[in-house]
Design a protein around this ligand. Structure first.
Ligand code: NAD
Length: 244
């Protein structure tokens, strides 16, 4: 099958499914201008994740993360709009075909596109909390503090602020992960969109789907370690594949 036939076949499978779960990663938001971590222009080529995304390092020296937030995270997410792939998944939920959208993304674009049943495995960067008093701040609030204070302290109590995202070395929320696995066990079609499938639990969720009898589609620009497990693999841009 050439790529055009594969895209047609993939969309036929999606359009005929009544119990589909989508699983998205940074690649789905690449067309919205948000860089991935591991693709060609991946952020980790410039920023070492051991310094910018590790929880132990964050507690020792949060300034690294907040510099990354100021230089990369905030400018790319602020004002980003959902693209055709986000909109297609929202439409499939609206039509009753997609039961659950599981995402590793922290950018909130699925909600902006209108998806409702979204399980954010890695949290959402737009919520920033004080670890001492629990007050929540917006990204804009905290971005505005950074010229004066980096790392920023909680204006109310002086405590440490932390984005509501799962850093390396932290556990995923158990309830969210359980809900994801339950949705996968009940689905007939599992569609991966824009994930390198190397971070846990991303590396195991397609296996769970397959073991429970679902067909698996992987849409990702680059090959993944789970390509051999999938029924259909398309190495192309998410918006190009899902626009139709
Ligand atoms: P990843 O960076 O490891 O992999 C992204 C994959 O997307 C790559 O394999 C790349 O080939 C593919 N890709 C790039 N552009 C694409 C496109 N237009 N269409 C389809 N595929 C494309 O990301 P991941 O697998 O999500 O896992 C790593 C972590 O990255 C997650 O924990 C997530 O929290 C975090 N992350 C999120 C965002 C975001 O919220 N937008 C951005 C960067 C990283």
């Amino acid at each position: 099958m050439d790529i055009a036939e594969k895209i047609k076949h993939c969309n036929e499978m999606i359009n005929s499914s009544h119990r589909m779960v989508a699983f998205t990663g940074a690649g789905i938001s690449a067309d919205s201008g948000i860089p991935t971590y591991r693709g060609d222009d991946g952020v980790w080529h410039k920023y070492d994740p051991a310094k910018y995304a590790d929880i132990n390092h964050y507690h020792q020296n949060p300034a690294y993360y907040w510099r990354f937030f100021r230089e990369v995270r905030y400018p790319s997410i602020k004002g980003a709009e959902p693209n055709a792939a986000h909109h297609r998944l929202a439409a499939l939920e609206e039509q009753g075909a997609l039961t659950t959208l599981i995402t590793q993304n922290i950018d909130g674009l699925h909600h902006l596109a209108g998806s409702r049943n979204v399980l954010e495995l890695h949290g959402n960067t737009s919520r920033i909390r004080c670890l001492k008093c629990g007050i929540q701040y917006s990204m804009d609030d905290v971005y505005g503090m950074l010229d004066e204070m980096l790392p920023p302290d909680c204006p109310a109590c002086g405590g440490t602020l932390k984005p509501d995202v799962v850093f390396f070395g932290e556990s995923l929320d158990a309830g969210t992960l359980e809900a994801a696995v339950a949705a996968i066990r009940a689905c007939e079609l599992f569609v991966v969109v824009g994930s390198s499938l190397v971070v846990q639990p991303a590396a195991t969720l397609p296996v769970t789907a397959k073991e429970n009898g679902a067909r698996v589609i992987i849409i990702n620009k680059d090959p993944t370690p789970l390509d051999d497990l999938a029924d259909v693999v398309i190495h192309a841009g998410a918006a190009d594949v899902l626009a139709g």
